[in-house]
Design a protein around this ligand. Sequence first.
Ligand code: HGA
Length: 607
Amino acid sequence: MCGIVGAIAQRDVVAHLIDGLKRLEYRGYDSSGIAVLNDGIHRVRRVGRVAEMEAAAAEEGAHGHVGIGHTRWATHGGVTEPNAHPHVSGDVVVVHNGIIENHESQRQRLRDLGYTFESQTDTEVIAHLVHHYLQTEGELLAAVQRAVRELDGAYAIGVVSTRQPDLLVGARMGCPLLVGLGEGENFIASDVSAVLAATRRVMFLEEGDVVALRLDGVQVFDRDGAAIERAVRLSDVSLASLELGPYNHFMQKEIHEQPKALADTIEQVLEQGFSPALFGDESGEVLRQVEGVQILACGTSFYAGSVAKYWIERIAKLPCTVEIASEYRYREAVANPKYLIVTISQSGETLDTMEALKYAQSLGHDLSLSICNVRESAIPRASRLVFYTRAGAEIGVASTKAFTTQLVALFTLAATLAKLGGKLSADEEHAHLDALRQLPGSVQHALNLEPQIKPWADRFAPKHHALYLGRGVHYPIAMEGALKIKEITYIHAEAYAAGELKHGPLALVDEEMPVVVIAPNDSLLEKVKSNMQEVRARGGELFVFADLDSHFGESDGVHVIRTPRHVGVLSPVVHAIPVQLLSYHTALARGTDVDKPRNLAKSVTVE
Ligand code: HGA
């Protein structure tokens, strides 16, 4: 959440900063701002989208060779121009991603030192602290190093000062920050998309690092202040993959990219079979010790983990629990070090998931695996094993292709654990690999249902509430469907295990309540049908996703869309597609902002 950029160059950096902010806008989009140094500090801030700030910057003729920028998702202080970043203290300017937990005590201390505050943000204390230490240290880099030592919480920051206009300083702790290395120009950014237009050479900073960027080079210092080398890598992310292409929205693009994203992710599994090598160097040793699995995740990733629970218990015959990361990290959990901690995060930066992992490790959990879509991000780096999904960049705030590729990773984990535990026959292994091979094709069939789903979306659009039902391994798909519709259409939706209906939620059902049912042709189908009768008997309108081979009839108040023939154990992946499409088209019908839903942002790097 929040995107920060910074640049120092011989050319005017305003266009680079604004292009970078547009690419980071998915991380936060309530307000934005830039500050460039010329004779003084030229700051432009606006509430709303980057485009509005861009227009203001053009009108004011902002220009400079060094500058920083920010796109905000407010945590402290409302969405107002004074709260938008950058924040200024005298000759110091700061942008910040994260939360400073001790901001109140710092604020008091700085007030006592004579500073006045113009915003309600936690960030402003950083600007004043750096300014304060600039007076005593006389040098910006040293001032930032002093200041960050006094910050509790999470931050990635960019700092410039008119006192040293040949210098840009960055620092990170708990939030992502990377350096882009150009020819006679250098950059910082929250993610690689914001530097790619200028350079592919990137350096990922480690926790506690402070970096000094000048025209001719970059110096990194670790948390103890010692100069240190960080590896320089060539990013393989292409700019084209970050563009919309022929699509109207990133979510639409990403839904349609799923056959390819799945095929790319599955490729490594088909090449190696269910081999521990898929999870990293130490994986044979780690996975052989595993006697159970504890999955920790948030949001959509939590639902992927909830599907995996069914697979891990059924296929690997290992006990598995799934918990919301923000709950786990604050409860007095009882650790079983023989359990594998599996964290799932698209960005690899989700703060709650990261903290849950650290908490598990503090309890003695040494066996850890991260399932992640972003290479070199924080959570995989803190885990012993990793499986990288190959979904490509996911820009839409509502996760789609990250979810389905996470499911493939988790299925692969279940089968690999089963194989290591002697629970997977050669025939079963063959069948599972074959199921994976067929999966992109089945998902493509599900995508072809789009024309049938659009009319459903029109019926959904005027509704205020919806229920989603599923059973067994498809119950988490109902949960994911309800989350998708909430996120991008703002229709209130709840998911229930269909058997739970009669224990309370049936009271909500009337003619105004659409009920979406995930009803694949599996062993629970007859049970689901009974639950549907219960809804119909109360006048509820049913929207059923049923497999082609399940002989479901349409009738009054019962609408049916047939997904492909039942695909067996991977059926949840296929059933994720129509619920994504239903949400997408309902959002279009309601006219909401599909890629940037209100109040949300991608990469949740705050608590
Ligand atoms: N706490 C700062 C930055 C917020 C942020 O990083 N959001 O993801 C603010 O509220 O401005």
